[in-house]
Write a protein that binds this ligand. Structure first.
Ligand SMILES: Cc1cc2nc3c(=O)[nH]c(=O)nc-3n(C[C@H](O)[C@H](O)[C@H](O)COP(=O)(O)OP(=O)(O)OC[C@H]3O[C@@H](n4cnc5c(N)ncnc54)[C@H](O)[C@@H]3O)c2cc1C
Length: 478
């Protein structure tokens, strides 16, 4: 062990779980984004809950910061140490699907369980169930996504991923093991958080600052026999949003979203498309429909056609709806959008591998102006106007995400991304679009606008749970 800290940790959890490999430490100081932190002093990869308890007890007694991480793809610098001398707690090694209950529609997973692992396990063993998938790479964490309130392909119907949590098991900084949801009272089930006080929220959207989650009960849904995915190409952004709103009101789809034109060009291999040929569509709408009955499916598709016809009659041009299976026959590149989980290589595999975004949740009533404003800012900064908008939770709110790829090894590109992201948040936060998986720089620029009473409440909760302030310091600063 190359440091005394590493040796002391090895005495607690075994040498095999502790690393001071310089390359691993260096890599941990950054993620895919432009955000930079400092290298941890040591990495611990727990194999069991007792390891997590031992590390946290030790860190709290010694006041050593602990930063939890799984696959580090949160796109917000949320698992990067901000202070020197910290322990990086790599939870990827705890990666078992502990149980699946198809009748009560839940599974219990450890932090390292990945999207592809869940898909494979359910398809093979529990085909009567389905889970929702994000557009995150297949080899990233399901549980981290739930803790960060992520967006999934069934989020229009069932809400963002934190609402899929029935409860968690977590280790508090002093080593205490806690459970939330029904399993806090009965070992007989973990299919709901009701009627318990909802303390799962203590671990959601707080980026590991209140406890280290060691398992979670996550909801499954009933599988549907028939599933179709369509793409429609639109030439007017406002008409696209109007059509999405109309289709959400009809309640015919599992998921629907607007992708702006650079996505199509990037799918076909263009690295940074800043031009659009006249006559090319401005946006693609994608839409998922599922049902157990052909007659119901036919009715849903008829409503889709009717809605598009109404838009056409009011003067808007559309191509489609095009079935993704036909699109794949014509252009195999569309396969990436045909089945989830999927690896969006056009966003990841390019020189320097940088990916950043401003991802927000906000009111769908102000999508149009927030999107137009953001896309204009992106173009003014020399970036492709690459945006994604999706309604969530039956349309109660929506996602607006402005995405850019760049070369992480070029400081001038990283600086340009940071400047553009800052300008976007400055413009759309006043419209009600709050950055999710909130990066530290957003708090630095806009944290003073958070209600003082809310800040005080959060400060008291955090201080009560983590009086030594060791858990992921710098995140959600209050
Ligand atoms: C191309 C691409 C597309 C993406 N698309 C989506 C998308 O469609 N929807 C979406 O929601 N996300 C998306 N993401 C974001 C992200 O990849 C996913 O949310 C993913 O599931 C995060 O998993 P992770 O293992 O990388 O988490 P990490 O980044 O390792 O961790 C996330 C946060 O959880 C904390 N943490 C880690 N372990 C614990 C623990 N055990 N207890 C408490 N806190 C912990 C970390 O400190 C950090 O704050 C995308 C990312 C990429 C690169």
């Amino acid at each position: 062990m190359s440091s005394s800290l590493a040796s002391r940790l090895a005495a607690l959890v075994g040498e095999a779980a502790v690393s001071t490999d310089p390359a691993r430490l260096r890599e941990a100081a950054r993620d895919l984004t432009e955000i930079r932190g400092v290298a941890p002093e040591v990495v611990v990869r727990p194999a069991e809950v007792a390891h997590v308890q031992a590390v946290l007890r030790f860190a709290t007694a010694e006041k050593i910061p602990v930063v939890p991480v799984i696959y580090n793809t949160n796109i917000g610098g949320l698992a990067i140490p901000q202070r020197p001398g910290c322990i990086l707690l790599d939870m990827a090694g705890m990666n078992r699907i502990l149980s699946v209950n198809p009748d009560d529609l839940y599974m219990v997973v450890e932090p390292g369980v990945r999207w592809d692992q869940v898909k494979d396990h359910l398809d093979r063993n529990f085909p009567q169930t389905r889970f929702a998938y994000s557009l995150s790479p297949p080899d990233t964490s399901v549980l981290a996504n739930c803790l960060m309130d992520g967006l999934l392909n069934l989020s229009l119907r069932f809400g963002t991923s934190s609402t899929w949590l029935n409860g968690v098991e977590a280790v508090l900084p002093d080593g205490t093991l806690v459970r939330t949801g029904a399993a806090a009272w009965t070992q007989a089930q973990w299919c709901t958080s009701s009627p318990m006080p909802d303390l799962t929220g203590l671990f959601v959207n707080l980026h590991g600052t209140t406890g280290i989650v060691t398992k979670a009960s996550v909801r499954l849904q009933h599988a549907k026999r028939l599933r179709r995915r369509f793409f429609m190409m639109g030439y007017d952004l406002r008409a696209c949003f109007a059509t999405v709103r109309a289709l959400v009101r009809e309640e015919i789809c599992d998921d629907i979203g607007v992708l702006t034109w650079p996505v199509a060009k990037m799918l076909f291999g263009e690295r940074r498309p800043t031009w659009r040929d006249p006559g090319e569509p401005l946006a693609m709408i994608y839409l998922d429909v599922s049902s157990n009955r052909q007659a119901e499916m036919d009715l849903r598709l008829a409503i889709l056609e009717e809605t598009l016809d109404a838009s056409r009659k009011s003067g808007h041009a559309w191509q489609g709806p095009l079935d993704v299976r036909d699109l794949v026959k014509i252009e195999p590149a569309f396969q990436k959008l045909a089945e989830f989980p999927t690896r969006l290589d056009f966003m990841l595999d390019h020189p320097g591998g940088g990916l950043s975004w401003v991802g927000t949740y906000g009111p769908t009533s102000r999508w149009d102006e927030a999107t137009e404003t953001s896309l204009r800012i992106m173009q003014e900064h020399g970036f492709p106007p690459f945006g994604v908008a999706r309604p969530m939770a039956q349309g109660h709110f929506g996602v607006l995400r402005l995405i850019e790829t760049f070369d992480r090894d070029k400081p001038e590109e990283a600086a340009a991304v940071a400047k553009m992201n800052a300008a976007i948040v400055e413009a759309i936060l006043p419209m009600g679009f709050i950055p999710y998986k909130t990066p530290e720089w957003v708090f630095a620029a806009h944290g003073s606008r958070i209600d003082p009473g809310f800040r005080e409440l959060l400060r008291r909760v955090r201080t009560a749970i983590d009086p030594a302030g060791v858990l992921n310091p710098g995140k959600w600063p209050v």
